[in-house]
Design a protein around this ligand. Structure first.
Ligand SMILES: [Zn+2]
Ligand SMILES: [Zn+2]
Ligand SMILES: [Zn+2]
Ligand SMILES: [Zn+2]
Length: 507
């Protein structure tokens, strides 16, 4: 693959990537295997070989007699194995020399990722790993430093460090992992389907600078390979950004996440704009004029319409109440979600992230109900359709270009249009040509959704959705052809009737 990026360095961004040539939206920028991959530090016990959870019992690797692994028939075939020979030999030495017990490993499974990184010190990529941003000074003497002391103690018990090593080497490795890792779906759990979330360090992707709208999209396939595509056109020399936060969270939450996890304050256009690019994702309704949106400026909130100011203590409290309420309601219940949306819409701006959260959940609840119920109502379909339509313009602003959430929303929107139109056509509320118009509209959304989903790896949930969307597309085309035939037939019948009338007239 030709190199599409180069690494640059600056005081503000550290090492970062820029486009080495013009990159079109949807082009692959980089693909790489993890330098290290493993469970997070607060994991429950997983198999050291395949990362499947070990719930009731485990076996011990028969070569080293230390590593806990899957019981019974062993680890499933076809998924990556991580208890490599080098590690197994190292563990075997530990058993022989230090009488290491498997229980020690079970107790320290949260340190496994750090241990596996340290075992790669003779790997040619080790220096690159050690060059990653760690923000060690900010972490020193903090609670996170204290937290990882367990890992430091564990590693020193293994006699893995040399006397001339940096005495903070283990903390540095923990920090490099914390600051630079990506979330990776673990192997699928037989019969349960969901997977443990792992963390992987990808040395090139880790160099991407953060931006709250970003210009790339990252996917990680079942073989743990990371792929980075451009989400929009990137000109030669422009910075290649990745959004490390959730675009559907308000600025305060995104900033908090970045500060806690990545140790920096984002100053992108969205973060500097109180209206969040006009979406008003953190705005409330003005208590004075009841129509304008108010945004926070220091200790005050000011209305963009009537300019009235309100104390942060007043609005902050209201937002907190709405947040607490969302925490306690049953988010699988259509009625509770509707009631929440109704009430909170009287306090917060319609695109407030709490409302968006509730609306997304409601769309999901409706989707499941429509799929599940034998006779879903038009009202449910219409509501789901409206929710998708409400979300889309905001997603266009916050995640311009190719976006996973947008692709899924467009797919769901297309489905709602198709289902509703079919029902209306079957009950003769709309005519053939009107039905066709609806399907053409649905096709437009479905096509865009597919265009975006095509970059997803086939063996991921999004890749599976892409396959489903392609199948839907084929069916949609079939339905459209049938309706078109019907319209032509009707036309023929109509013409024939006229002709017969004329003939009768002549008679
Ligand atoms: Zn296993
Ligand atoms: Zn072993
Ligand atoms: Zn930002
Ligand atoms: Zn106002």
């Amino acid at each position: 693959m030709d190199i599409k990026y180069e690494v640059k360095t600056s005081d503000k961004l550290g090492r970062y990537l820029v486009a080495a040539k013009d990159i079109r939206a949807g082009e692959r920028i980089l693909a790489e295997q993890p330098f290290v991959l493993g469970p997070s530090s607060d994991t429950s016990l997983v198999c050291f070989n395949c990362y499947l959870p070990l719930i009731n019992k485990f076996f011990v690797c028969k070569f080293c007699a230390v590593a806990p692994i899957c019981p019974g028939d062993g680890c499933p075939e076809g998924i990556a194995k991580w208890h490599v020979q080098k590690e197994c030999e190292f563990f075997r030495e530990l058993k022989l020399n230090l009488n290491m017990s498997p229980i020690k490993m079970v107790q320290n499974v949260g340190s496994l990722l750090t241990l596996r990184a340290l075992l790669q010190r003779d790997n040619k990529s080790w220096d690159d790993f050690m060059k990653l941003e760690t923000h060690l000074d900010q972490r020193r003497n903090s609670s996170v430093w204290e937290y990882y002391q367990t890992t430091v103690n564990f590693v020193s018990e293994l006699k893995l460090l040399n006397d001339d090593d940096d005495k903070n080497l283990v903390q540095k490795v923990c920090a490099a992992i914390d600051v630079n890792s990506f979330e990776v779906r673990g192997p699928p759990i037989p019969a349960l389907g969901y997977a443990e979330t792992l963390r992987g360090v990808y040395l090139q992707a880790a160099l991407m600078a953060h931006h709250c709208t970003g210009n790339t999209i990252i996917s990680i396939n079942d073989n743990n390979a990371l792929m980075c595509h451009s989400s929009k056109d990137i000109k030669k020399g422009e910075i290649i950004y990745y959004n490390y936060t959730d675009p559907l969270k308000g600025t305060a939450l995104r900033q908090e996440h970045l500060l806690m996890g990545k140790y920096f304050q984002c100053t992108c256009e969205r973060c500097l704009d109180a209206t969040e690019l006009g979406t008003h994702m953190s705005s409330a309704l003005c208590p004075a004029c009841k129509t304008g949106f108010i945004t926070k400026a220091g200790e005050k909130w000011q209305c963009h319409h009537c300019k009235e100011e309100t104390d942060d203590s007043v609005i902050g409290f209201k937002v907190k109440c709405c947040e607490n309420k969302l925490d306690v309601i049953n988010k699988k219940d259509e009625k509770e979600l509707e009631e929440y949306i109704r009430n909170v819409s009287l306090v917060l701006a319609p695109n407030h992230y709490l409302l968006i959260d509730a609306k997304q959940r409601l769309a999901g609840v409706l989707r499941d109900a429509i799929n599940r119920e034998p006779r879903p109502t038009k009202k449910m379909m219409r509501r789901k359709l409206n929710l998708c339509e409400e979300l889309l313009p905001m997603l266009e602003v916050l995640s311009p270009g190719i976006s996973r959430t947008k692709a899924i929303t467009m797919y769901e929107l297309h489905l709602a249009i198709v289902q509703l139109a079919k029902k209306e056509f079957d009950s003769r509320e709309i005519t053939g040509p009107e039905y066709l118009d609806e399907l053409l509209n649905a096709e437009k959304h479905l096509k865009r959704s597919i265009e975006m989903l095509l970059i997803e790896p086939g063996n991921s949930p999004e890749g599976e959705l892409c396959a489903k969307a392609l199948e839907q597309y084929r069916m949609l085309k079939g339905t459209m052809a049938t309706i078109l035939d019907g319209i032509h037939e009707e036309g023929k019948v109509y013409v024939t009737e006229i002709d017969e009338e004329r003939l009768n007239d002549v008679d």
